[in-house]
Design a protein around this ligand. Structure first.
Ligand code: ATP
Ligand code: MG
Length: 262
């Protein structure tokens, strides 16, 4: 930590998270573009009210049901995701019996290794997608962005990703993957392209997914299938946008809604 954040600061957690990312950046885990992406995410978090909203809870339930039904689920991890949720990613992978793969938009061997090392130190025995392990390619993408593990995303039936670029999400869909995305911007290409979109901050969504996985684990295959079948991503994204609209309407009526000193 580079600065001491006062515990009584009204936006304490937001500042702690920013510091985590800056630290991750200095360690070579997060790229500068990741810091910019985080800023975009924070803006949307203000708009939804910095809490997990009802449509996101629905998406979380369907996502976990799908992941429990999956034959070969893979969690795709980039720099921001690792720094923000490292420990919980490890726990979720255990609950779901999923593989973890480092999958970077700005791929360098050094960063792959740093992220893998970071996750291993949190308790994962194997991290895919590092160095020579990432030999398979996602068709339609160019350069280093298209490399994935032949034992991971390449053969996965269900991929869970977060803070992912829209172009790559689209390419994964074209490969026939079932894509579950955590993206706080319901208008991003990733949010629009995914099969299931959890519109929430990853720091809130992943712990809720762990709880949901514990709860749904004992359910029958048929029950899980029913949850997935009854889920409609288009409808849920619509509900997110309606939620935002009503919230903004309410706030618009009030104008100033934060208590100001007299
Ligand atoms: P797209 O490529 O999907 O159209 P983009 O170019 O704006 O979107 P990327 O940088 O490619 O965005 O991906 C990052 C996405 O992650 C953005 O939609 C951003 O709002 C979102 N995001 C940033 N921080 C968080 C967070 N903490 N939790 C969830 N989503 C986040
Ligand atoms: Mg993008």
């Amino acid at each position: 930590m580079s600065i001491e954040i006062p515990k009584n600061h009204p936006r304490y957690w937001s500042l702690v998270i920013r510091e985590k990312l800056v630290h991750g950046f200095r360690e070579g885990i997060v790229v500068p573009q990741g810091l910019i992406a985080h800023g975009r995410g924070e803006a949307f978090d203000y708009i939804i009210g910095e809490k997990t909203i009802e449509p996101a809870l629905k998406a979380i339930e369907a996502a976990v049901a799908k992941l429990l039904l999956a034959k070969y689920p893979v969690i795709s991890v980039n720099g921001n995701f690792a720094v923000l949720c490292g420990e919980d990613i490890v726990k979720l992978a255990e609950e779901l019996n999923a593989r973890i793969e480092v999958n970077l938009f700005y791929r360098t061997r050094e960063r792959e290794e740093k992220i893998a090392q970071y996750l291993k130190q949190l308790g994962v025995s194997e991290v895919l997608g590092v160095g020579d392990d990432a030999q398979c390619v996602i068709p339609e993408l160019f350069s280093e962005r298209r490399r994935v593990s032949c034992r991971g995303i390449y053969i996965a039936d269900v991929v869970l990703l977060a803070l992912e670029d829209g172009d790559r999400t689209e390419a994964l869909r074209k490969m026939g993957k079932f894509v579950i995305a955590i993206d706080i911007n319901p208008f991003s290409r990733t949010a629009q392209m995914a099969n299931i979109t959890i519109v929430d901050n990853v720091v809130r969504a992943i712990p809720k997914m762990i709880e949901k996985a514990k709860e749904l684990k004992s359910r029958s295959k048929e029950e899980l299938q029913k949850i997935v079948e009854n889920y409609d991503n288009r409808r849920t994204l619509g509900e997110v946008i309606s939620y935002i609209r009503s919230r903004l309407d309410e706030l618009a009526k009030k104008g100033v809604f934060i208590e100001l000193p007299k």
